[in-house]
Design a binder for this molecule. Structure first.
Ligand SMILES: C[S@@+](CC[C@H](N)C(=O)[O-])C[C@H]1O[C@@H](n2cnc3c(N)ncnc32)[C@H](O)[C@@H]1O
Length: 253
């Protein structure tokens, strides 16, 4: 008899699935959270953008036991898992928001935050939406607040053909190894998540929301992110971690 996976099992399987697509994912979280702890301190009020089922939020809550974290995403199934797992922690609030909507931050008090973080998500935004997001953050965050994004920021294959090829082959090897260790590929993970009868409504809403939204936007480089953050009004920018084209970008308001 097959049993439907619990929300906690789905979150755990999500982490393993994502580790197949991101070599050294744990090290990348660790670099981001160490920098967070050292730059804004243990009582940080944090916003996790495009939180998915809550991986980075959960890691932040473990690392910073006095922090409070708001986690936002637009995917109803991933939000349901986040609410049913890390959202049970009283320090965590999980909210529905589409980062491409001009109103996405209306219910959030950006001025009260110490940090905004994100992982493996902002590459889903078109460069225009990303630039608007950085402007919203720069205008709304208080001076001293930090922004950190852990993401794949692809090499430009024209100016960096060797590195672009090495990064591609490193991704292939990471997937081979991690799937051989039993991680779910993306589609299999979704089959498992959608098998939970409790999520049937969220699954239907997910199909409605993503219809016509799946085309990947043009890729932008690390240089684009750093320049867009500086132009938006962040006074300090840099990187705190890198493995090939995977970076943790840092900016301070
Ligand atoms: C690969 S997942 C990463 C989730 C999580 N941050 C992690 O590291 O495991 C990408 C996430 O971006 C979210 N996302 C993409 N576009 C979005 C948008 N316009 N507004 C809010 N969330 C978005 C997706 O719903 C998904 O949860």
């Amino acid at each position: 008899m097959t049993t439907t996976p619990t929300p906690a099992e789905l979150l755990d399987r999500w982490d393993r699935q994502q580790s197949a697509y991101i070599n050294h994912r744990d090290a990348r979280f660790d670099a981001l959270l160490s920098t967070l702890a050292l730059s804004v301190g243990p009582r940080a009020r944090v916003l996790d953008l495009a939180c998915g089922p809550g991986s980075l939020t959960a890691a932040a809550a473990r690392r910073l036991p006095q922090a409070t974290i708001t986690a936002v995403d637009m995917d109803p199934v991933l939000l349901a898992i986040a609410r049913d797992t890390v959202g049970l922690d009283p320090r965590v609030t999980v909210l529905d928001a589409d980062l491409t909507e001009p109103t996405w931050a209306d219910d959030l008090d950006l001025g009260s935050l110490d940090a905004v973080v994100s992982s493996t998500a902002l590459h889903w935004l078109h460069p225009g939406d990303l630039t608007r997001l950085y402007l919203t953050l720069a205008e709304g965050l208080p001076e001293g607040a930090v922004f950190m994004d852990a993401d794949h920021l692809g090499y430009d294959p024209i100016s960096n053909p060797t590195l672009a090829d090495v990064a591609r082959r490193d991704d292939e090897l990471t997937q081979e190894r991690t799937f051989a260790d039993g991680a779910d590929p993306w589609d299999a993970w979704w089959v498992a998540a959608e098998s939970r009868p409790e999520y049937a409504e969220a699954v239907a809403e997910r199909q409605r929301r993503w219809a016509g939204k799946q085309a990947p936007p043009p890729k932008v480089t690390l240089g684009f992110h750093l320049e867009a953050l500086r132009s938006a009004g962040f006074r300090e920018t840099g990187t705190v971690w890198q493995h090939l084209d995977d970076h943790v970008v840092f900016a301070r308001r």
